[in-house]
Design a protein around this ligand. Structure first.
Ligand code: C2E
Ligand code: MG
Ligand code: MG
Length: 556
């Protein structure tokens, strides 16, 4: 607006003249110098004697002081338009003859050509970047569009060869009616807000994409099972759910989610499955989630419900340990107890472990369950009889958790448990899942005096290697063999030789599942010293056990 002139570059010794220069290409006296005229008219302005030019008066003093006698101003054109001027000054009057002028005009033209090419290249880069951005990203939400989303999914596929992640397709519920009832601008506001909520829930911008008008995709990692994916879907639904204010109106927004677990498929099939699952979900109503396979969905729905309720039960103290006696077979006297977990529902129904342990194991809740059981077992033993031992079951998940031993020791200390009275029961399948971890963790516990029992012996791998690698104190023969041994001579032989083998390794034997006197007698005759089974006592809550003890001591 001011039509001022900015000095871009100076070369040679100007003795500070250019610093004093104030020029314009507008009207006024400052526009009457060679530079101003050249910029305005696009013509070369030669002044072979500056002192002779009355229009040069504003600058003459500064120029004379530095001995500047003459000048030439040459317009510089970029794309045919005047963009600047090249000024050359000289101490010698009459420096710029026709030959010199021609030469300098060629120089100014070259300069203009260079600038033109440079500007073109710059514009091209910017427009190419803008174009690429426009192709890859959605302008409304700033999220990756479908193609880039697919590339990102493919990237995950390329870097990962194991399962453990899922793709969620998120569809905004009732988008058409929002657009119809309000305006497209309202719809846009909803989509922008949903995008933001999704990015927050996913924890990273590059895990979310907008693949169609009202459809988004979320890439989630560290999901091991379909139940995890179901939980994640619910989390996304909760995150999206809520009002969006637009123009004074509060719009109720929700989304439906379809998920597809990675199972070796390519990116496109995975996205197709997730999208199809989302359509199934949105057909069922609003804020629902689904899998493509209804069986998978039903199973996960159930597991998720169990998981949620189980978490609640842990918090409310409805996960309790029941106790089952372990007896000496020669006199049927209890010498210890096994703690067995029970889930007591609000209506008093008692759920056995096989109804919920698989869910607990998969969701990791088993770690908290086992901590609870251990704490209760420690407390119980002190009340039943601190001279006896108590056994707790250890899960694979617990053992794989690096904190297991530390945790178990802390709980024992907090509950004043004599270390020598605690027995940890493990199955071979538990051990095999993380053998190195298991050995280290168990050694830490046996060092302080805990003992280790191998549970359900005979059903798993029953490798002799395991008998050698772990310092088992006790081997528990699985009830399957025990039950059959009176009817099957093969089972009888297996039990007999197992007892022999275990004894020769200086370990104790516990026979599980003894339901009859006959069986107890035969086992005692085989030299099996300990037994456990309904014959001697079923698992009972602590209160019932204490009551029973009270009765028997009163009887005595
Ligand atoms: P387990 O450790 O082998 O426990 C023995 C199971 O056999 C118990 O079932 C017990 O009630 C049952 N049992 C014992 N004697 C007899 C008998 O004479 N007849 C019959 N029919 N059954 C008998 P429960 O309590 O249902 O536990 C099942 C399994 O669940 C346990 O097998 C153990 O692997 C797991 N479990 C139980 N409590 C816990 C726990 O607190 N933590 C972990 N991680 N696992 C547990
Ligand atoms: Mg056990
Ligand atoms: Mg067992």
């Amino acid at each position: 607006d001011e039509k001022s002139v900015t000095l871009i570059a100076v070369a040679g010794d100007d003795l500070g003249y250019t610093k004093t220069l104030r020029t314009s290409w507008g009207d006024g006296p400052l526009a009457q110098g060679p530079t101003g005229i050249s910029l305005k008219t696009g013509t070369t302005q030669v002044r072979n004697n500056l002192a002779d030019d009355p229009r040069f008066a504003p600058w003459l003093k500064q120029a004379s002081k530095r001995g500047i006698q003459c000048s030439i101003a040459l317009p510089v054109l970029v794309h045919g338009e005047i963009h600047g001027a090249l000024m050359v000054y000289s101490h010698e009057a009459g420096s710029f003859d026709a030959r010199g002028q021609e030469l300098l005009e060629a120089l100014a033209a070259d300069l203009g050509y260079g600038l033109t090419r440079w500007r073109d290249a710059e514009a091209l880069t910017t427009s190419r970047a803008a174009l690429e951005h426009e192709v890859a990203f959605d302008s409304l939400t700033g999220l990756a569009k479908q193609r880039l989303s697919l590339e990102r999914i493919q990237d995950v596929l390329d870097t990962r060869d194991a399962p453990g992640w899922a793709l969620l397709c998120v569809g905004v519920d009732g988008m058409t009616s929002i657009n119809q009832a309000f305006t497209y601008a309202a719809g846009d506001a909803v989509l922008q807000e949903v995008a933001q909520r999704l990015v927050e829930a996913a924890g990273a911008h590059d895990r979310v994409g907008r693949i169609a008008g009202d459809e988004f995709v979320v890439i989630l990692r560290d999901l091991i099972t379909t139940t995890d994916a179901a939980e994640a879907s619910q989390r996304i639904i909760n995150a999206v759910h809520g009002a969006v204010e637009y123009d004074g109106v509060s719009l109720d927004v929700s989304a439906s989610v379809g998920s597809a677990m990675w199972d070796g498929k390519d990116a496109e099939s995975l996205l197709r499955d997730a999208t199809a699952a989302m359509r199934i979900a949105s057909k069922q109503g609003t804020a629902r989630w689904a899998f493509l396979d209804e069986n998978v969905a039903a199973t996960s729905r159930l597991a998720l419900e169990v998981q949620t309720r189980l978490r609640g039960a842990l918090a409310t103290g409805n996960i309790v340990a029941w106790f089952m006696p372990v007896v000496q077979l020669e006199d049927s006297k209890a010498c210890g107890y096994e703690a067995l977990v029970r889930w007591v529902l609000d209506d008093g129904t008692v759920m056995p472990p096989d109804t919920f342990l698989h869910v607990a194991e998969r969701s990791g809740l088993i770690i908290d369950i086992d901590r609870t059981v251990l704490a209760q077992a420690c407390d119980a033993l002190l009340r039943i009889d601190p001279e006896q031992h108590i056994a707790v079951n250890v899960s694979a998940r617990q053992l794989a958790d690096g904190l297991f031993a530390t945790d178990a020791l802390r709980i024992q200390q907090q509950h004043n448990m004599p270390a020598a009275e605690l027995k940890l029961e493990l199955t071979e399948s538990t051990l095999i899942q993380s053998p190195v971890q298991a050995q280290a963790q168990l050694a830490q516990l046996t060092d302080v005096g805990n003992s280790i029992a191998l549970d359900d012996y005979g059903t798993g791998f029953s490798t002799l290697e395991n008998l050698q690698n772990y310092r088992f104190h006790t081997i528990k023969l699985d009830q399957r063999f025990i039950r059959e041994m009176l009817n099957s001579s093969l089972s009888f032989q297996i039990v007999m030789s197992s007892v022999g083998l275990i004894h020769s390794l200086h370990m104790d034997v516990v026979a599980e599942g003894i339901e009859s006197e006959d069986l107890a007698r035969v086992l005692a005759e085989l030299g099996c010293e300990y037994g456990q089974g309904y014959l001697f006592g079923r698992p009972k809550p602590l209160a019932a056990l204490l009551q029973l003890q009270g009765m028997s001591s009163a009887g005595r």
